[in-house]
Design a protein around this ligand. Structure first.
Ligand SMILES: [Zn+2]
Ligand SMILES: [Zn+2]
Length: 132
């Protein structure tokens, strides 16, 4: 199954797919972020792996990321769609065990503020008043 990699701008709310040629390998998207994306030079960028729809989200190496994020890592960190959906459900849950699990975890790449911007890409159900 072939995948396509595209760059997402998460400074926009909801997230925007940046109109670049589709990449066949993640390294090409990483390279493009490293080189800088026109019009998004200070934006929060991520890499989406698509097998239409989005199947994986990559948070690029911190040194290549134009925005200041809470996370720090030397290479791209990938999170697959199933986990993104579970995480989104947990962030919005009123269940204390879910809230506890979120607090105990390290979700520095994907705080709710960032994850919820992918609501269109992931077809995320969003509650009226999600917890922070
Ligand atoms: Zn942008
Ligand atoms: Zn990260």
């Amino acid at each position: 199954m072939s995948s396509t990699y595209r760059i997402l701008c998460l400074s926009h709310d909801p997230a925007l797919t940046i109109d670049t040629p589709d990449y066949n390998r993640p390294e090409q998207a990483e390279e493009a972020i490293r080189a800088g994306i026109d019009g998004h030079t200070t934006c929060d960028l991520a890499i989406g792996r698509y097998s239409y729809p989005l199947v994986d989200l990559g948070c690029p190496a911190s040194r290549d990321q134009p925005a200041q994020l809470r996370c720090h890592h030397g290479s791209t960190i990938w999170t697959d769609k199933d986990w993104l959906l579970l995480l989104a459900a947990a962030y919005q849950s009123d269940d204390p065990t879910m809230q506890q699990a979120i607090k105990a975890g390290h979700h520095d790449c994907l705080p709710w503020e960032r994850l919820q911007r992918l609501r269109n890409e992931l077809d995320l159900p969003i509650k009226e008043n999600p917890r922070p």
